[in-house]
Ligand binder design. Structure first.
Ligand code: ZN
Length: 264
């Protein structure tokens, strides 16, 4: 007991914070600048191994959605994305039903997810879900838990530092380890829905989207399947957030219409 107490207590003085929107208590021992640095390094590393799509309608769609989602994320959660330089890449891999976002604003979509998203609205919901994981610092939270678990298990801090990068990668759903927890997935669904709606994408599309994703089943990676609430619970939760999301959406649509009018 004493060992646990000694480590947890000082961390909690520095490490306890709250997630945006939901106010959920979080335990994070990593600074945002450390997190951004790791995100940037990871991004460069991953892209060395992948082939990206750099033109054509699919690429343009990802750029368009990314720009709008990033703008809305900054509007709704300005403190969480301060100093972010957003970049959205489309990775050419038809077997990978996945997408991710890293601290600092570097994001990727795999071509394999496009047959499941089908529409631009649904793609926006997926991308906003990823961006929401970053905004709510879910990777840093997972890493902090692993670091503490490592310390408690007797792993030296110096060894832990050497594996930080891998932990963060895993913590953001890239690679095999550390899927997000259920609470984090639910939080990303909620924040992501608001962000997509504020960006002018129809939040009602989330229901058929997550049904299709559940059907994609074994093809979909841990990020979208293993720790998510059951399809039924998830859809019930989304219905609960839809009134607020629809308000954001209606405002965005009205704003777009007004903008079009002034340009005529
Ligand atoms: Zn997720």
């Amino acid at each position: 007991m004493s060992r646990l107490f000694i480590f947890i207590l000082p961390f909690c003085f520095f490490g306890c914070s709250h997630a945006p929107e939901t106010g959920r208590s979080q335990f994070i021992v990593m600074s945002t600048s450390q997190e951004k640095q790791l995100g940037q390094e990871a991004f460069v590393e991953i892209l060395k191994e992948e082939k990206t799509v750099t033109s054509g309608p699919k690429y343009e769609m990802v750029q368009r959605v990314g720009e709008r989602v990033a703008l809305s994320a900054s509007r709704l959660y300005p403190d969480a994305v301060k100093g972010y330089k957003w970049k959205f890449v489309l990775i050419n891999d038809k077997d990978e039903v996945n997408a991710w976002a890293l601290p600092g604003g570097k994001c990727a979509v795999y071509t394999g997810i496009l047959p499941v998203t089908k529409s631009e609205d649904a793609l926006a919901i997926v991308m906003a879900h990823e961006v929401a994981h970053v905004i709510a610092r879910h990777g840093a939270e997972r890493s902090s838990q692993s670091m503490v678990a490592g310390i408690i298990a007797g792993v030296a801090m110096s060894e832990m530092n050497a594996t930080d990068r891998a932990i963060v990668l895993g913590a953001y759903g890239i690679g095999v380890s550390l899927p997000f927890s259920r609470a984090q997935e639910t939080e990303a669904d909620q924040l992501g829905l608001y962000i997509a709606a504020d960006a002018g994408y129809d939040p009602r599309q989330a229901i058929p989207l997550w049904k299709r994703m559940a059907k994609a089943g074994s093809k979909a990676p841990a990020e979208f399947m293993s720790t998510h609430p059951s399809s039924k619970t998830r859809i019930q939760q989304i219905r609960g957030w839809l009134p607020k999301a629809t308000m954001y959406y209606d405002n965005a649509v009205a704003h777009d219409a007004a903008l079009k009018k002034t340009r005529q």
